[in-house]
Design a protein around this ligand. Structure first.
Ligand code: CA
Length: 236
């Protein structure tokens, strides 16, 4: 059975492009162009059979009858489905606020279809829709990380990490492909009394990049999401 996507986007051309691309990938796509209509569609789907409920919501923020974040808050209160925000850079939006409000991830327009598809896969995986075990292993090109073995290999050679560096890397591996906020990283790696100490993160991220990136000033794996957090690139 194909996964069901609700795509909420008022730009007709973009909506049709995305719908077509998602259908090619085998998704069952329902489209909507406003907050009110999307709410009605979601309500209807949840009242119908479980097969009619959506697996993921892709949500534009600038909608004709309101802000998509209204829909985000409302949907998060009522449904467990992953929510992916798509929005233009010039729209007023606070990425951290959206993630705190329950968005699973965001994409800034314009984005490539392959990027969207990757984010959808990641969001579905993290929500357990595809019923996979937690991520404990990461392999991308020359780097391989095996969490249970506490092992990090670069070109087959073991990389020595400090316990804190390893904890930070492990946290990112468990959310591979997904942005993890500064606050979340500080909380999970250092503990709740350290959530304001973002300089810890900068220091340790620099150390990790020195050990794991070919060019630490232009990271290709440990990516910065400006003002939000960090993301370990999904392996390709
Ligand atoms: Ca729009």
């Amino acid at each position: 059975m194909s996964l069901r996507v609700l795509l909420v986007e008022d730009d007709r051309e973009l909506r049709q492009t995305l719908q077509g691309a998602l259908q090619v990938e085998g998704y069952d796509v329902t489209v909507s162009g406003s907050v009110a209509d999307a709410m009605a569609v979601l309500r209807h789907s949840s009242q119908a059979s479980p097969a009619e409920s959506f697996d993921i919501l892709i949500l534009d923020l600038g909608l004709p009858d309101g802000d998509g974040s209204t829909l985000l808050h409302w949907a998060r209160q009522h449904y467990a489905l992953p929510i992916l925000i798509i929005s233009a850079r010039h729209d007023e939006w606070n990425k951290v606020g959206l993630l705190d409000a329950g968005a699973d991830d965001y994409l800034v327009k314009p984005f490539s279809i392959s990027e969207l598809l990757a984010r959808i896969r990641v969001a579905l995986r993290h929500r357990g829709t595809t019923a996979v075990a937690p991520i404990t292993h990461y392999k991308d090109g020359e780097i391989e990380i095996h969490l249970p073995r506490h092992e990090v290999l670069l070109q087959g050679q073991a990389v020595k990490l400090t316990p804190t560096e390893f904890k930070l890397l492990a946290r990112l591996v468990r959310s591979t492909g997904q942005v993890v906020t500064h606050r979340q990283l500080l909380l999970d790696v250092w503990g709740d009394e350290f959530v304001e100490h973002t300089h810890y993160l900068r220091v340790y991220m620099a150390q990790l990049r020195n050990k794991l990136e070919d060019n630490p000033t232009e990271p290709k794996r440990l990516l910065t999401e400006p003002g939000v957090g960090y993301r370990l690139r999904e392996s390709t």
